[in-house]
Every structure is written in C-alpha cells, then in structure tokens.
Design a protein around this ligand. Structure first.
Ligand SMILES: Cc1cc2nc3c(=O)[nH]c(=O)nc-3n(C[C@H](O)[C@H](O)[C@H](O)COP(=O)(O)OP(=O)(O)OC[C@H]3O[C@@H](n4cnc5c(N)ncnc54)[C@H](O)[C@@H]3O)c2cc1C
Length: 450
C-alpha cells in the first residue's frame, strides 16, 4: 500500500451496515478520503427489525441516514447505489441502480473494504419468499407488520370458524434469536395488548407456532438457556415445534415433518421466515474475481488479516466473509454484529498501520456473549462466565441494544417507547400501511386439508 499518492489514499467501503459503518467511523480521523457506497441511504440496526415487524417500534427509530452520521466528516463521501461487481486488476468498483438513472458508474480505490452482509436463505425454495417474508430489511419488516395486523383485522370480520382460526394462526420458521423474539412478541401482542381493542374476535386465542429443525430453540445458546427460552415461550402460549423440517410453504400454511418423519400441516394465513442465512452475492463476485471459491454459505474466503488471496488491498468482513488462519484452515465466526464491528475496527487499524508502513497482527475475535429476548421483561443472556435469564437478562439486553443503536435521538426514542410499552403494554407503531394484500387473502375459500 503506497503512501506516496499526491491525492490522499482513497478507501472505498461497500456497505454501511455494522462492519462497514464501524470501519468508516475509525477511518475518518486518518489522512484518507473515503467513499461509502450503500444501496440504502441509511444504516439499519438489524437486531431490532423484528420490533418494527410487530409494531413495537417505528421504522425511523432503528435506522439512521448515512449522510447524517458523517455530516461532520469532510473526507467521507456517501454514494447511493448498488455495487454489482469488482475489477480487482484495475482497482475499480462497479456501481449500478444509481439515483439519477445512470446505468453504471465506476469508483476507483486504493483500498477496498467490502461488508455487504447476508440474506436469509430459503434453501432453494425462492417461491416461499413471497408467502413467508423475512424480517431482515426494513421493507420486509413493514410487509410482515402489515400481514400480522391485517390478519387480526381479517379475523375480526371472518364469519367462518375455520378460516378465522387460520387468520389467527402465525407461524415463524426458525428458532434462532430473531425467530424466538418475533414469536414471543406476536404472542404477547395477541394475548396482552390487542384483546382489549377487538370486539368480535378474542385475540388471546391466537395460535403462535415456531418451527425449528434443530432439537431445541436457540440452538446457538447453551442447552440450559435454550430450555429456559422454550419454557418462557410456552408460558406465552407459543407452540415450539423443534426437530421439525419445513417441507412446503404456501397460502394454506406450512407443511412440516416431525423428527419421526410424520407429515403435519399447520394451516395459517401468516408465515414469517427467520431461518438459514447466506452471504451477499458480492461475496461470490469477490471470490470469483480473486479466483477463490465461496464456501457452502456463499462466503468469500479471507486470510487471517481479512484480506483477499493475492489482493492485500482488498478486505472482506462481517457476515459475507469466512476467515482462515495462517495455515489456510477456516475459522468460522458467528454471523453476529460484534464480529462485524470488531472486523470493521480491525480493517481501519490495518489501513492506518499500512499508511505508516507497519504490519497488523492477525484478527482475533473477542466473544463477549449472546442475548435473546422472549417477550416483555424476559430474556436469556450467555456471557460465558455468567448466564442470566428473566428480568436481569432483559435489562442487559435493553442496555446493550441501546448502547449500539446509532444516534442519540434514536436511543432516547427507543428507550421512551420501551418504557411506555412496558408500563402500558401498548405498541406504538401498529399501523397498517401500503397496499399489498397478503397472498392468503386471495385464497377464495377453504381448500382441502393437506
Ligand atoms: C433480523 C436480524 C436480527 C439480528 N439480531 C442480532 C442480534 O440480536 N445480535 C447480533 O449480534 N446480531 C444480530 N443479527 C446479525 C447482525 O445483524 C449481522 O451479523 C450484522 O448486521 C452483519 O454486519 P455486516 O456489516 O456484515 O452486514 P450488514 O449489517 O447486513 O450490512 C450490510 C450493508 O451492505 C449493504 N449492501 C448489501 N449489498 C449491497 C450492494 N450490492 N451494494 C451496496 N450496498 C449493499 C446493505 O444495504 C447493508 O447496509 C441479526 C440479523 C438479523 C437479520
């Protein structure tokens, strides 16, 4: 990496999520110019997207415009557009879907940091995506919110008993932290909040089912905490179908097979997806451009210093990267925000060291633990030496999430919302917006049970 440029060293960062944003925040104090490219104009705090999907928080409370975050930093330029590829030899990033309609734009770089994240995988069944939206992006969270709230409205006017039951059945596929949080929140809303607002339907009779292929909920947590989470879910009335494989999803609901391979149909009009993750397409593009194959999850292999093989000027990090040690052995890290944050910080330190002509020791992840909330004042926390559940875990969850939320205004708004809903059991943003109608609403009449 040369320091003899007449112009300042130019770092291009792709992705303003956890990893990319952290890299830019650390880089902005260096004598470099930075271009941050994202297809969204905002940084999204993904751990709270499910709260938008359930109407607990508004969309603006968990997102912050990238331009606002860097308004004081004259050396940071934000570019809205979708990165479609890389020319590693010419050191160019190709950007499409530009806001002015230009078909393509090339951005040159001296150092490239790519942190484009991941998306949910439907295990080769992309046709399930429209029936069972995920809660990864703000857009899909708003679709989920609309479907959940519309389902209660539909149940309110539905005269047919079976159809009403289907409207009141909610299936969440995947019992990782997001699935558990989503299921817990829907149950809480149905049982404790909405029943005072509806006249014809008793929302407390809503059925919330969470389906998980592993043999327990929160499979990434220690078994005792999984067990506590399962009990907390079941106290909220959530049915946990662990060891069950989803074999079909359509407008009628979900078809699963039990651990002993018995098929079962869960008839439901609202299905949500929070299972399986695969890396951004940009991981494959980078892997191919560098001549290395992506792994099974589509992640691009990077060395112990997070750089691409044969390209020390290109760093990939966060959910899309698979770190290898000096011997070339994969060192998989969890797809979590702290990994991306620490890698973003490391990438910036590496740029600083190279500008000074010094080297950086290999990246080491410091695992501080994991948290998942299950409903009002309930959570589990695994800090390795200390394991918490119930209220103390929930308070820890609350503090950690507030700490990492970008923007003081968002922190205050979210804290106020949480306190208000904790005291009143109400959700502040339960609005049905947009015109999309759930695919289940188009189903004319009951079909023959599967
Ligand atoms: C619903 C949900 C809940 C989660 N909860 C937790 C939690 O509680 N705790 C935790 O630690 N982790 C949680 N995670 C995981 C955590 O959010 C991710 O590990 C983290 O966001 C990864 O950071 P990243 O920088 O790799 O990618 P991201 O934060 O996903 O950022 C990727 C960025 O790249 C942009 N981008 C993607 N493709 C392109 C392109 N082609 N062109 C331009 N820009 C592009 C995106 O718009 C985005 O801004 C959760 C994830 C989800 C989806």
């Amino acid at each position: 990496m040369s320091t003899t440029h007449e112009r300042p060293h130019h770092v291009v960062v792709v992705g303003g999520g956890f990893g990319g944003l952290q890299a830019v925040r650390e880089l902005r104090t260096l004598p470099v110019s930075i271009t941050l490219i994202d297809r969204r104009s905002f940084h999204l705090f993904q751990p709270l997207v499910y709260q938008v999907a359930t109407g607990m928080l508004g969309a603006g409370e968990i997102a912050a415009p990238l331009r606002t975050i860097f308004k004081q930093d004259a050396n940071v330029r934000v570019l809205l557009g979708e990165v479609s590829g890389f020319d590693l030899e010419r050191r160019r990033v190709q950007v499409e879907r530009l806001p002015n309609g230009d078909p393509c734009h090339e951005v040159p770089y001296d150092t490239l940091i790519v942190a484009a994240g991941s998306c949910y995988s439907y295990f080769g069944h992309d046709d399930w995506r429209s029936v069972a939206p995920d809660v990864k992006s703000l857009e899909s969270a708003l679709v989920v919110r609309r479907r959940i709230l519309t389902a209660f409205e539909a149940a309110e006017i539905e005269q047919d008993r079976e159809r009403r039951t289907e409207w009141l059945t909610f299936v969440v596929v995947g019992a990782g932290p997001t699935g558990v949080e989503l299921a817990g929140q829907i149950a809480e809303m149905a049982k404790r909040t909405l029943h005072e607002e509806f006249r014809e339907v008793d929302t407390r009779r809503a059925r919330v089912v969470i389906v998980e292929l592993a043999d327990r909920v929160l499979p990434g947590f220690p078994p005792p905490l999984s067990e506590k989470a399962r009990r907390a879910l079941e106290r909220l009335g959530v049915e946990t179908f662990v060891g069950h494989r989803v074999v079909d999803v359509d407008e009628d609901g979900v078809q699963v097979t039990s651990p002993d391979h018995a098929p079962e149909a869960i008839r439901a009009r609202t299905v949500m997806w929070s299972a399986g993750v695969e890396a951004s397409d940009l991981a494959r593009a980078l892997a191919e451009a560098s001549g290395a194959g992506p792994d099974r999850g589509g992640r691009v292999p990077v060395g112990p210093d997070l750089t691409l093989r044969g390209h020390p000027e290109v760093v990939a990090l966060g959910d899309m990267a698979l770190v290898h040690d000096a011997q070339g052995r994969p060192q998989p890290l969890p797809g979590l925000a702290p990994v991306a944050l620490q890698e973003g910080r490391y990438a910036a330190r590496q740029v600083a060291n190279r500008l000074h002509g010094s080297t950086t020791p290999p990246f080491r992840y410091r695992d501080k633990g994991s948290l998942a909330t299950i409903g009002r004042a309930k959570a589990v926390a695994d800090f390795h030496r200390v394991r918490l559940s119930g209220l103390p875990a929930w308070l820890a969850w609350l503090l950690v999430h507030l700490f990492y939320l970008i923007g003081m205004q968002n922190r205050l708004l979210v804290l106020t919302r949480w306190m208000f809903s904790y005291l009143t059991r109400s959700g502040g943003a339960r609005l049905i917006t947009g015109s999309e109608v759930s695919p289940a609403a188009h189903r004319p009449a009951l079909t023959v049970p599967k």
